[in-house]
Design a protein around this ligand. Structure first.
Ligand SMILES: [Zn+2]
Length: 403
């Protein structure tokens, strides 16, 4: 590997012929990709070919045989091994271009990826297949102040939409019906509802590669943009591009919705980086570090994306079950437990949870991670002096990011 690095530099004499291409910028760029399915495969492949220096790919899913038809980086053996999509995409992209760094994150884009990572990247790319995932990705990207590029495919059609702070927001563009559907799945605070799996959509390798290609082209434009400077490009920010393979049409529309008082628009600015804080810290230690650092008497960590559940209570028979997990892991926990799974068909569970963590929290020996705070997150901390946003900066090292 080291030898090949010395022999040549990726893209030299090729991309350097492009008038707009800035080699150093591309090498230093960081891109976060949510979803490692058909679109994620295409997107990561193209980013690797361009030599984008730091790629982070997030997916919780495992490879199945049916994925092989439109996922260029997957092999039959990966499906038999039930390998994780993120791991395989990262390893294969690394084979394509050994000069870059591709980091897999096996997990959920909102409960396993800290906002610190969202803040550290140049652009976010959504390769998702559900509205709920897009809703969450939109909130996190806007909270971090980032442009995010959404792709979707169905049959011979592909759509790319680009959302940006102050211009367009996925949540604002939702119809009332779509919004209610999402609320039904995410908003019900204290009752357990097992998520049914998303219906399978018919897609082709063609629409995946066309949409994945356009997403990366837009990402390259964002990477090359400098605030206040003119660019040679027209971007899709605030627009949508629709490709129809049936009749070979490509159209661009304005697609920007930015309503007043949408809760998704809150950008977390003035984030305080504390280099001695990690999600691996015990809650009790984190609380005292925060008090000392912020010079306050009272701190309360607000869990906004996840909650900590200590017990669930079934309706009939009325019985308590100890869980001690973040809410994001509850479905998997119930599914894996035979008694609970059977019970879930005929009763409902009520959750007992904690979402504001202070000195009265009874499980202070657990780590922040164990109660649902991802590594390298930015946490909201309420104090008598007001609200603070604090980054768990010690975790930056796991992503090779300097703080
Ligand atoms: Zn909005």
């Amino acid at each position: 590997m080291d030898k090949s690095k010395n022999q040549y530099e990726w893209g030299e004499g090729v991309f350097t012929l492009l008038s707009w291409f800035k080699k150093e910028r591309v090498k230093d760029a960081r891109v976060l990709i949510a979803g490692a399915g058909a679109l994620g495969n295409e997107v990561v492949k193209n980013l690797a070919l361009f030599g984008v220096g730091h790629i982070y790919v997030v997916d919780f899913d495992q490879i199945e045989l049916s994925n092989l038809t439109r996922s260029v980086l997957f092999r039959e053996q990966d499906a038999y091994a039930h390998a994780f999509k993120a791991d395989v995409v990262a390893a294969r992209a690394q084979e394509i271009n050994p000069q870059i760094e591709v980091t897999p994150i096996v997990g959920n884009l909102y409960s396993d990826v800290g906002l610190g990572l969202y803040k550290s990247v140049d652009v976010v790319i959504g390769c998702l297949d559900s509205r709920i995932a897009r809703y969450m990705l939109n909130r996190l990207s806007l909270r971090a102040g980032k442009v995010w590029i959404d792709g979707s495919i169905e049959n011979m059609t592909g759509v790319v939409r680009v959302y940006a702070p102050g211009v367009s927001c996925y949540e604002c563009g939702l119809s009332r019906e779509e919004f209610n559907h999402i609320m039904l799945r995410t908003g019900c605070a204290d009752v357990v509802r097992l998520q049914s799996s998303a219906g399978r959509v018919a897609t082709t390798p063609i629409s995946a590669s066309i949409v994945g290609a356009i997403q990366v082209q837009e990402a390259m434009k964002v990477i090359h943009m400098t605030e206040g400077e003119e660019t040679p490009f027209k971007t899709l920010i605030g627009k949508m591009l629709r490709y129809e393979g049936m009749n070979n049409s490509v159209n661009q529309y304005r697609f920007a919705s930015w309503k007043k008082e949408c809760p998704a628009h809150q950008q977390w600015k003035d984030v305080i980086c504390i280099n001695t804080l990690s999600a691996n810290d015990k809650v009790e230690d984190a609380l005292s570090t925060l008090k000392k650092y912020l010079e306050v008497e009272n701190v309360e960590i607000n869990l906004l994306n996840n909650k900590f559940i200590d017990v669930i209570i079934s309706d009939r028979p009325e019985k308590e079950y100890e869980v001690m997990l973040p809410e994001s892991q509850l479905d998997a926990y119930i599914t894996a437990n035979e008694e609970l799974r059977k019970l879930s068909y005929r009763t409902i569970f009520h959750k007992h949870f904690y979402e504001n963590i202070d000195e009265t929290f009874p499980y202070k020996h657990l780590s922040l991670k164990q109660i649902g705070v991802p590594l390298f997150d930015v946490i909201q901390v309420a104090t008598e002096k007001g609200l603070y946003y604090v980054e768990l900066s010690q975790d930056a090292a796991i992503y090779n990011i300097e703080r």
